[in-house]
Design a protein around this ligand. Structure first.
Ligand SMILES: *[C@@H]1O[C@H](CO)[C@@H](O)[C@H](O)[C@H]1NC(C)=O
Ligand SMILES: *[C@@H]1O[C@H](CO)[C@@H](O)[C@H](O)[C@H]1NC(C)=O
Ligand SMILES: *[C@@H]1O[C@H](CO)[C@@H](O)[C@H](O)[C@H]1NC(C)=O
Ligand SMILES: *[C@@H]1O[C@H](CO)[C@@H](O)[C@H](O)[C@H]1NC(C)=O
Length: 368
């Protein structure tokens, strides 16, 4: 029996440590566990000056707009009261449209646009392409940990700190996702990758945790299938009177199915709060048959009363009629209000909300 001399052990240990150190210094990318919560990934050994190293986790606000952001003044007020280190803003707008003094009321939105944006046709796959571009841009900042998709008619319902704490305290994504919806939108040509059983439907306005955002951006399988087999009918150019040569296919609105279906195929239904954080309401006086005119109700100045906003903020459960279920909204099993955002609001309605906010929390009257 041989006994290892202590010296040999020390030499061996030194050799191992040296090898490890060399490996670490020469790797282009390595992962650093910043806290038990978050893994920050640095490129090129970003010692010291890497952005994100000392910053707290951020929420990425992703605005999907047609051109300008009509409610910029309301959002600017929301962000003004937030900690700059805790959020980032990204905007997908029409290619070539530049946010500047002439169309935007706050510099907070300047230079926040993607410069690789695409022309979005409502209800077409370019919409989910735009969403993916937003997630992708926001993923470049390792501090971004929650990703909130917002439309240009969305308003914030609460102040920044409430919104931040609500989102950060949930380890799940918020994705409205219904099972068993048979509206004839599913196209069996998506088999075998997308089975009818995995087909999901839900609101486009989602909030994702980082891992799920990465899945959406890295998806190279489901997205092409959607591009090919989930299209609206009649096609968009029908509206302009052009004759379409496309064969008839199911009418499908990609943005109401894509992320939901992708996450379900990845087996992640359990990692979702199956509800949207963005309130909207439908006009119940329009008959069900007349689906084309089903749009969320728009709130104008007279509709945006303090009482209405208060009622929306206090909603604490949702009735999902198609699934015969009532969900009492919770975050990490703790009951809470359901909504952080609401749509669709006009600038007039936004102004009324801002007036009320300012009268309750006069900024100038604040004492240090
Ligand atoms: C995650 O991080 C937050 C803020 O940095 C901290 O308050 C919380 O306790 C951490 N949670 C866990 C599970 O480590
Ligand atoms: C956008 O512009 C910035 C700065 O001009 C540049 O660094 C970046 O690579 C561009 N991104 C894309 C996707 O073109
Ligand atoms: C934000 O809202 C919460 C809940 O409504 C409130 O308790 C808190 O004081 C507010 N914070 C600020 C900075 O106004
Ligand atoms: C609902 O639709 C009806 C019929 O089109 C219309 O008269 C009414 O103004 C709408 N209500 C709202 C709140 O949009």
């Amino acid at each position: 029996m041989t006994v290892c001399p202590p010296l040999k052990v020390v030499v061996l240990l030194c050799a191992i440590l040296l090898t490890l150190a060399i490996l670490l210094f020469h790797s282009d990318e390595f992962k650093l566990i910043q806290s038990s919560n978050f893994t920050y990934q640095f490129k090129n050994n970003g010692f010291g000056h890497s952005h994100g190293f000392h910053s707290p986790p951020k929420i990425a606000f992703l605005f999907l707009t047609r051109k300008k952001l009509p409610l910029d003044f309301l959002w600017a007020n929301f962000f003004k009261n937030g900690d700059q280190a805790k959020f980032s803003i990204y905007i997908h707008s029409q290619p070539g449209f530049v946010y500047d003094k002439s169309n935007t009321k706050s510099p907070i939105f300047y230079n926040r646009q993607l410069n690789n944006s695409v022309q979005v046709l409502w209800g077409e796959s370019t919409m989910i392409e735009a969403e993916r571009l937003l997630f992708s841009a926001a993923l470049d900042d390792p501090a971004n940990q929650r990703f909130v998709l917002l439309s240009d008619s969305c308003i914030p319902l609460h102040n920044f700190s409430h919104t931040y704490n609500y989102l950060m305290s949930s380890r799940k994504s918020f994705v409205d996702s219904f099972f068993n919806v048979d509206e004839g939108r599913y196209n069996p040509k998506m088999l075998p990758v997308i089975s009818q059983e995995k087909w999901r439907k839900g609101s486009q306005w989602i909030t994702l945790v980082r891992r799920h955002a990465e899945m959406v951006v890295n998806d190279e399988i489901i997205f092409p299938l959607f591009k090919k087999f989930c299209k609206r009918w009649p096609p968009a150019d029908h509206d302009t009177g052009r004759k379409t040569t496309e064969k008839h296919h199911p009418n499908c609105i990609p943005d109401e199915h894509y992320v939901q279906t992708l996450l379900s195929i990845r087996g992640l239904d359990d990692e979702l709060e199956r509800r949207t954080l963005t309130y909207s309401t439908w006009n119940s006086s329009i008959p069900k048959e007349d689906k084309r005119s089903w749009h969320p109700v728009t709130f104008y100045y007279p509709d945006a009363t303090p009482q209405t906003i208060k009622e929306i903020k206090e909603i604490n459960h949702i009735d999902f009629e198609s699934e015969h279920r009532t969900e009492w909204c919770s975050v990490n099993s703790k009951y809470t209000s359901c909504f952080l955002f609401a749509r669709k609001f006009t600038p007039g309605a936004g102004l009324r909300i801002l007036e009320k906010d300012s009268s309750e929390n006069p900024v100038d009257g604040k004492h240090g």
